[in-house]
Design a protein around this ligand. Structure first.
Ligand code: SF4
Length: 294
């Protein structure tokens, strides 16, 4: 274990939650590539987590010609207190969506594509068949493009998990989102142990595994280290940590803004505890700079 400063002794490690600190300033969305991504999303009638999740990195990612498509609609059956995606009973899913996602990714010409989805707990297969078809179609049109699938909690439907992850994608991600102690408050319909099991089953299937959390929700550093250890023990290869930002006043409040120095410490700790790769900084989201670990 490397020797690190004690977090509580570092100067200005956090900033009062009422004022957004300078390190969270982001680029404005402008430029030709940004417009190209926007028109593809509109023309192909697709959803992105970038928009649905109010992601602060849209200026940078879309400006670099990339976006994360969100499949199976834009209404989620879960009601996580941190998430900006709409909650409710989703309409019928769109069977033509896999084709449109594949064509949009082909036209974007990205080397690495990240795809995610809402939770579809009302479907017997959790949306696994559409997941499978989407990855197959992307691979058909863009065989050189590596694919990262950020999949939801399948609620221990392990057949559905196998269908989701057996379509040729290189990376399978499932976000833990927060430390175990905050699950009830932040992710009430999920179970910490069940998400860990999903990751270990994905690893056993032979995939590169990835997970991420948000900090600034009131967790302690020891709780962060505990989730790192749990993830490594369950076969997680890649770990991401970013600052939680409250999407609207209806969502859970930010407890604190974590200083970039703390993110640097978390990165070192994560690597020393056994992750192959760690992205850790205030604006990190699981799909941010997602190609780097490959
Ligand atoms: S970090 Fe991910 S969700 Fe955010 S804009 Fe970039 S690709 Fe979209």
């Amino acid at each position: 274990m490397i020797e690190l400063p004690i977090i509580s002794e570092l100067p200005s490690t956090t900033q009062k939650k009422s004022k957004k600190p300078d390190w969270l300033r982001v680029k404005l969305p402008i430029g030709e590539d940004y417009r190209k991504v926007r028109s593809l999303v509109d023309e192909y009638k697709l959803h992105t987590i970038c928009q649905s999740g109010n992601c602060p990195n849209m200026g940078e990612c879309w400006g670099a010609g990339t976006a994360t498509f969100m499949i199976l609609g834009n209404v989620c059956t879960r009601s996580c207190s941190f998430c900006a995606v709409k909650t409710g009973r989703p309409p019928e899913y769109d069977e033509d969506e896999p084709r449109r996602v594949a064509e949009a990714i082909f036209l974007m010409g990205v080397k690495h594509a990240v795809i995610t989805s809402v939770n579809r707990d009302e479907l017997r297969d959790r949306g696994a068949e559409i997941w499978h078809q989407t990855v197959v179609k992307v691979k058909e049109l863009s065989p050189e493009t590596t694919i990262e699938t950020l999949i939801p909690d399948v609620k221990a439907s392990w057949d559905a998990l196998e269908t989701m992850i057996s379509a040729g994608q290189e990376v399978v991600s499932h976000n833990m989102e927060t430390v175990q102690e905050l699950y009830r408050k932040v992710r009430p319909q999920a179970r910490y142990e069940r998400s860990l099991e999903q990751i270990s089953r994905t690893k056993a299937y032979g995939k590169r595994t990835k997970s991420g959390i948000m900090v600034g929700l009131g967790e302690t550093k020891d709780q962060v280290y505990k989730i790192m250890d749990d993830l490594v023990a369950h076969g997680c290869d890649v770990f991401t940590i970013g600052q939680y930002l409250q999407p609207t006043k209806m969502h859970i409040e930010v407890a604190e803004f974590i200083h970039p120095d703390i993110f640097a410490i978390y990165k070192e700790e994560g690597l020393s505890r056994g992750f192959m790769y760690v992205e850790s900084s205030p604006l990190v989201r699981s799909s941010y700079h997602a190609e780097r670990h490959l």
